[in-house]
Design a protein around this ligand. Structure first.
Ligand code: ADP
Ligand code: ZN
Length: 638
């Protein structure tokens, strides 16, 4: 165990001071999960590696100690953040809460940058955000040296620390140079934070940033407010529209959400299709002009109810708390990616949906991409394994969350908040059909000396006479027509299940052909059973009449009761007021007040300033700045 070297105050006092800052500055009543332990450890001068899921509350883990240490005369905290585009809003949020913060990056004019440097040297700042490439310039290091000499450098926070690792998915070479912080300012505590959990990345962060002495804080990666739903892809865009209409549309518009697609072209198509359907959707991918991307991102952050249709290029560092759904129209590459992307929903802890449509074609495409990549064979094997794990999740008929957490090394109980828990699928024994399918694949290969793709195999099983059939004489096979009682959809579902169990492999050459794999043996020998979910087989559009509108239509108060009509009107008035303030300050609305804060106000109907005490999210500065205005808005509804 590592002994902290510097101690500014006993832990009890540190915790008290930290809690004081949490109430006074941020307006929250308690730390979440390991936050309390982290802020006291870092506040006391210890190094830390913080692994916490998105939405877990990483920012407070360095913001609170930064404020506590500044108040104790220890000077400035420097925050390394990779996303220039978001620094403005992060700093804006701190200023709204009354914290002296600023950022330095290439978006500033040189005069503005000099102004910030002066403030820094005069000790007028508590937190400074900087891009990694800026931080390691000789000019900036000289500024830090001068602060250090006067004992006015209190803390380094390295956000999105997985960027230092090439094993992570966002490798940024300039992060490597950050090791200088340890070498040059050995006594200054450092806290590195990431939402990427895997062991390889973690070890890399420790090594690259020289954090061997740091205490590691690992939170549960569970996101209980996110509901996982993975549906079989039929007509994906129709299914998506229905999902948005049923679960995320109310009388006053639709929720904010992110839709991930595989390719740029598909992003464009889907965005256009949603717009045509009357939704407020924008495309985002790396092929768009930088200015367009920035504008779309700004609109997503600043306006209410914007749907971003994007490739995986979108999302890192997006801290919009009220994204109510993340939808995948195509299957991602692996569970890490899926979890990272879905994690962008519901950062505010309110109910949110993670919805995915997947089909056999997705699996085939992903396999092909792996096969065609120039990577080494062992590496490809790892990638295939990761894809299989995701397919296993998609095909699962038990709790999705249990599987997800298990993948990250956590044991848990069925969650009650995923599709399989809420509507346990009906299963039937499909072992016999599985044998038919496997032997069909085998026979065909035996008879023809070459393998065939899924479509042809289905045709044989279902006894369809096609030209290809007669040409190869496959209508003479003993398996011809033995599965005529099943629809193609059923056969495909079974095939996916068999691929997930590694009984069948899809090979790239010849083109997408099916081959038996190791898992086939025990099924053919009758040593295990294959269970398949019974298909509900609802045609698209059938559920129209029975629309069960969710989140948007039924805004609930803290006790889970729907808001009254008057309360809803009040909430709308507060939102309109908030939008005006946000525009004036050039900040996203959630930086002024979260939805939950406005909702609490609308149900409480405060008459004087002291009634605002204890409303989560109203710190001292915000109460002073906006309290009177809020009372004025609310007074019309009292
Ligand atoms: P992360 O960076 O880990 O994704 P954030 O720091 O953005 O998460 O926090 C997610 C949300 O949770 C933010 O809106 C933040 O204000 C809120 N939050 C964090 N900690 C607390 C707390 N102790 N009490 C109430 N809200 C919190
Ligand atoms: Zn579940």
């Amino acid at each position: 165990m590592h002994e902290d070297t510097i101690d500014i105050a006993p832990a009890g006092e540190l915790l008290e001071n930290s809690l004081g800052v949490l109430h006074e500055v941020f307006g929250y009543d308690a730390f979440r999960g390991p936050q309390a332990e982290i802020v006291t450890h870092v506040g006391g001068g210890g190094d830390a590696l913080v692994l916490m899921p998105t939405g877990g509350g990483k920012s407070l883990c360095y913001q609170v100690p930064a404020i506590v240490r500044e108040r104790a005369g220890q000077g400035l905290a420097v925050v390394v953040s990779p996303l220039i585009a978001l620094m403005h809003d992060q700093v804006g949020a701190l200023k709204e809460a009354g914290v002296a913060a600023a950022f330095l990056n290439s978006s500033l004019s040189s005069e503005d940058a000099q102004k910030v440097e002066k403030q820094m040297l005069r000790g007028e700042l508590t937190l400074l955000y900087a891009a990694p490439e800026r931080l390691t310039t000789p000019r900036f290091l000289a500024l830090l040296d001068s602060l250090q000499e006067r004992g006015k450098l209190s803390l380094f926070a390295i956000d999105e620390a997985h960027c230092v690792s090439q094993w992570g998915h966002d490798f940024r070479p300039e992060y490597r140079a950050l090791v200088v912080l340890h070498e040059r300012y050995a006594g200054v505590p450092r806290v590195a934070l990431t939402a990427t959990a895997d062991d390889l990345t973690r070890a890399d962060i420790v090594e690259r940033l020289q954090l061997q002495q740091a205490r590691t804080f690992i939170s549960s990666f569970d996101r209980p407010n996110i509901r996982y739903q993975l549906v079989e892809k039929k007509d994906a865009t129709t299914q998506l529209l229905r999902f948005i209409r049923d679960e995320h549309t109310g009388p006053d518009g639709h929720d904010a959400g992110i839709i991930y697609c595989q390719s740029r072209r598909r992003v464009e198509e889907v965005a256009a299709m949603l717009c045509e359907a009357g939704l407020n959707a924008l495309p985002y991918h790396a092929g768009l002009d930088g200015a367009v991307r920035q504008r779309h991102q700004d609109r997503f952050l600043r306006e209410e109810g914007v749907i971003m249709v994007a490739t995986i290029a979108f999302g890192m560092g997006i801290d919009k708390p009220d994204v109510r759904f993340v939808a995948h129209l195509d299957m991602p590459k692996n569970i890490e990616g899926y979890y990272q992307e879905t994690g962008r929903a519901g950062r505010d802890g309110e109910p949110a949906n993670a919805w995915m449509a997947y089909g056999l074609q997705d699996v085939v495409n992903q396999r092909r991409m792996i096969d065609e990549s120039p990577a080494a064979d062992e590496f490809k094997q790892v990638l295939r394994g990761k894809l299989d794990a995701l397919l296993g999740l998609a095909e699962a008929s038990d709790c999705r969350r249990v599987r997800l957490l298990k993948y990250f090394g956590e044991d848990s109980q069925p969650c009650g908040n995923c599709d399989n828990c809420l509507h346990p699928p009906e299963l039937h024994d499909a072992t016999e059909s599985a044998r038919k399918l496997l032997s069909c694949i085998y026979r065909v290969q035996q008879a023809s000396g070459t393998a065939f793709g899924a479509g042809h195999i289905m045709d044989i099983l279902r006894g369809k006479s096609t030209e290809k059939m007669t040409q190869h004489g496959h209508d003479k096979l003993s398996t011809f027509g033995i599965g005529a009682d099943w629809s193609e959809t059923q056969w495909r579902a079974l095939l996916r299940q068999l691929i997930a169990r590694e009984a069948v492999q899809v090979h790239d050459a010849p083109y997408n052909t099916l081959h038996l794999a190791d898992g086939a043996r025990e099924i053919l020998k009758g040593q295990c059973q294959v269970w398949l979910r019974t298909l509900a087989d609802k045609a698209p559009g059938v559920a129209r009449g029975s629309r069960q509108r969710a989140s948007r239509a039924t805004v609930k108060n803290d006790d889970g009761q729907p808001l009254s009509l008057a309360e809803r009107d009040c909430l709308e008035a507060l939102k309109a007021w908030r939008a005006g303030v946000a525009r004036e300050h050039n900040l996203p609305a959630f930086v002024i007040f979260h939805d939950a804060t406005l909702r609490a106000i609308a149900t409480r109907l405060p008459r004087n300033l002291s009634d605002l005490d204890g409303v989560s999210g109203i710190g001292q500065k915000k109460r002073e700045a906006y309290g009177t205005e809020v009372l004025r808005v609310v007074s019309a509804f009292g």
